[in-house]
Design a protein around this ligand. Structure first.
Ligand code: HEM
Length: 147
């Protein structure tokens, strides 16, 4: 329905430039919770958040996150087909020390990035549509986390 159209329509342009948009998202994430920087063990090489966000390891993770979002957008009609992947992804984050509460802060950062990137096109309906999709992704990751 309407949610899917809003998500697909907005992702059409954003998805073509995943890394820069992912960097906006993670800059916001580390602003909201600087402690999360410590969960990347290679962050010990970073003098500042800005250095971290330009390191290959961070850009690599940013790319991975954006590819998961891309997969979710491409599977809006059958999100459950990503279930096993997302359970496993949640389990991996449990192993590296990411709490499920932090997933919610990523969601907040995702909305911030959308707002920055979409300008006028960022509406209440659009942000709700994205939040709904992201919540499904995070619910599956959280189930895997708790297993
Ligand atoms: C892997 C941290 C959120 C997707 C990792 C790793 C760390 C990490 C330390 C292992 C090292 C690496 O592969 O770079 C975090 C932190 C997060 C976060 C601190 C903030 C709460 C997310 C979210 C997604 C995601 C929301 C996707 C929706 C991935 C993927 C991998 C990964 C796809 C690779 C897993 C694999 O090796 O198969 N994350 N992550 N991460 N993360 Fe995250």
């Amino acid at each position: 329905g309407k949610d899917k159209e809003l998500i697909r329509g907005s992702w059409e342009s954003l998805g073509k430039n995943k890394v820069p948009h992912g960097v906006i998202m993670f800059s916001r994430l580390f602003e909201l919770d600087p402690e999360l920087l410590n969960l990347f063990n290679y962050s010990t090489n970073c003098g500042s958040t800005q250095d971290c966000l330009s390191s290959p390891e961070f850009l690599d993770h940013v790319t991975k996150v954006m590819l998961v979002i891309d997969a979710a957008v491409n599977h809006l009609d059958d999100l459950h087909s990503l279930e096993d992947f997302l359970l496993n992804l949640g389990r991996k984050h449990q192993a590296v020390g990411v709490s499920t509460q932090s997933f919610a802060v990523v969601g907040e950062s995702l909305l911030y990035m959308l707002q920055c990137s979409l300008g006028q096109a960022y509406t209440a309906a659009l942000s709700q549509a994205w939040l709904n999709m992201y919540s499904i992704v995070v619910a599956a990751m959280s189930r895997g986390w708790a297993k």
